[in-house]
Write a protein that binds this ligand. Structure first.
Ligand code: SF4
Ligand code: SF4
Length: 183
């Protein structure tokens, strides 16, 4: 042990250095989020459960059943059946998404030419019924309420959003009175 080490030990340099780190964090603002009463606000690019969007003016579903999302999906969890409207537009007659197989990669959103399918900020998907993971067109449209703020919201009928157990809008753990907390 050299002379410098002896001096350092004598004046407790290492202890003082450690205490200075502790002191720095002691002064920093700390935040405790009381989940589920409070929730952290998700980042704009957060990828939660999907939603299908409708045109805000006509209320028509924006999806044109081009099948790109179903084709690109690495989990093969989207299945669509297209149909023609009397006006000759292509629309999905059925649109099913098996959320239990989804890996939330966001490729379906990225590839969609109509910006019709989006990943939302909703992440509380726990449920006691695995059928809740089978999202049909109506449930995906109802999920518009979870779309990020930069996307418009379209009020939709009485269909409960996905993940919602009977009588519990928003699903298990979701509280209507929960406050969103910003980081
Ligand atoms: S997020 Fe990825 S895995 Fe999930 S449906 Fe979209 S493309 Fe498929
Ligand atoms: S959601 Fe988009 S990519 Fe998927 S079928 Fe509809 S228009 Fe095509």
């Amino acid at each position: 042990m050299g002379l410098i080490d002896v001096i350092k030990k004598g004046v407790f340099v290492d202890i003082l250095r450690g205490m200075s780190v502790t002191g720095t964090y002691f002064a920093v603002d700390k935040m405790t989020v009381e989940y589920p009463k409070e929730k952290l606000q998700t980042y704009p690019r957060f990828r939660g459960v999907q939603a299908l969007l409708a045109d805000p003016e006509t209320g028509e579903i924006k999806c044109v059943a081009c099948m790109l999302c179903a084709t690109v999906c690495p989990s093969q969890c989207i299945s669509i059946m297209g149909e023609q409207t009397p006006e000759g537009h292509s629309r999905p007659a059925t649109f099913d998404l098996d959320l239990s197989r989804c890996i939330f990669c966001g490729l379906c959103e990225e590839v969609c030419p109509e910006a019709a399918i989006v990943m939302t900020r909703h992440y509380e998907l726990s449920t006691f019924d695995k059928d809740d993971f089978c999202l049909n067109k109506e449930k995906l449209l109802a999920n518009q309420v979870y779309a990020h703020k930069e996307l418009y919201r379209q009020p939709v009928g009485n269909v409960a959003p996905s993940g919602a157990a009977a009588g519990e809008p928003g699903g298990v753990g979701d509280r209507a009175d929960a406050k969103e907390v910003q980081r």
